[in-house]
Every structure is written in C-alpha cells, then in structure tokens.
Design a protein around this ligand. Sequence first.
Ligand SMILES: [Fe+2]
Ligand SMILES: [Fe+2]
Length: 151
Amino acid sequence: MSDEPSVMNQDAVIPGYLGRALSYELSAVQQYLSLSSLLTMRGVHEASERFRNEAQDELQHAERIIGRMVALGFAPNASCLRPPKLNGSLSQLVEHVIEFEHEIVEFYESAVQYCIQAGDCENRIFFDALLSEERQHASHVNDWWQKMVTT
Ligand SMILES: [Fe+2]
Ligand SMILES: [Fe+2]
C-alpha cells in the first residue's frame, strides 16, 4: 500500500460505505445461490438458473468493491451478512429478492448522494455505476417474474 495517505483514506465515511456495500453484495450472493439450490431441489430449473446467474452478477460487484478497497488502502471486511430468506412460495421469495434489490438501490443512492455533497467525484462515479446496475437488477427480476406468471 502507498506510504502517503491519500485524501480519500482520511475520510472514514467512504470505507464505511464500501464495507456496507460489500456486506450487501455478499448477502445477495448468498441469497441468490441459496434460492438457486432450493429451486433446483424443487425442480424449478428455469428459475434456479436465473438466480444462479444473478449470484454471478452480485459476485462481480463484490469483486469490484474489494478491488476498490484494496486500491484505496484498506482491508475488505464484510461484517454483516444477511441470512437468506428461503421460506414461502416462489412468488413470496421473488418478492423478497425484489425488495432486497430495492434496499440495495436505496443504499447506493445514499452513497452517491454523500459523494456529491463531499465533492468526491471518483467515488461518486464508482457508486453510480453500481447504482445503475442494481436498478437494472430490480427491474429485470421484476420483468422476468411478470413474464413467468403471465405465460
Ligand atoms: Fe450487486
Ligand atoms: Fe443486485
């Protein structure tokens, strides 16, 4: 790591946002992989595959966040993984993941808002990219589910 602390490293808020982001993303990986396994067991293979792919997207987000943390000079430390929700009908489980995606969207909105107020352009761009991808997740899961229930 660099010997010279950067301006960003002196800001304790950004490491906090990155740590929470990592917890969210790894929780999403855990949620989607668990759901995928459950649906394979139930013989719902198309949905299982769908959620396995979602888990890969979330894993890539986790990788980007870890890369950012390492580049900024602090150790990744996701400390708060959410237990997956696995009880209920498929419709309830899908509703849960859509709600979870919306929660992550709100979290990234607050991270972007903080960066704008702090004049932190680099981290704003970083969080903004994650924000727009999470917005797409929420709407793609929703569109996929609407198609599943109407066909
Ligand atoms: Fe994600
Ligand atoms: Fe997501």
